[in-house]
Design a protein around this ligand. Structure first.
Ligand code: CA
Ligand code: CA
Length: 107
């Protein structure tokens, strides 16, 4: 009996995952869909910013200093100018928001 039960339990646990991936969940309201789209968008931005920080934020303070931003760039002078443009509040650091904007993911 046990051998039978386990796959059934596993399947029922996985079902919501399947339903999600096939999109066969009950019809959602427009509002729900919009909320989910917004959430997915935020998640996308968060992941993209995380990737930049992971690559460049060497002191792990969650923002990029000019040195961190320029490090590894082929043209440090151009990168420095770009940094100055991106650092919109001129605090000498690129915040997560400023990084998202630099990626074209936020206005
Ligand atoms: Ca940093
Ligand atoms: Ca800034």
């Amino acid at each position: 009996m046990k051998r039978l039960i386990i796959p059934i339990v596993a399947l029922s646990l996985l079902q919501p995952v399947f339903a999600k991936s096939t999109g066969k969940t009950p019809v959602k309201s427009k509002q729900q869909l919009e909320m989910e789209a917004k959430r997915a968008e935020r998640e996308k931005v968060r992941k993209a910013v995380d990737a930049v920080l992971k690559a460049k934020d060497t002191n792990h303070d969650g923002s990029l200093s000019k040195d961190e931003y320029i490090a590894g760039e082929a043209d440090p002078v151009a990168a420095g100018k770009k940094f100055d443009q991106l650092d919109m509040n001129h605090d000498r650091h690129l915040s997560r928001d400023e990084i998202a904007i630099s990626l074209g993911l936020k206005k």
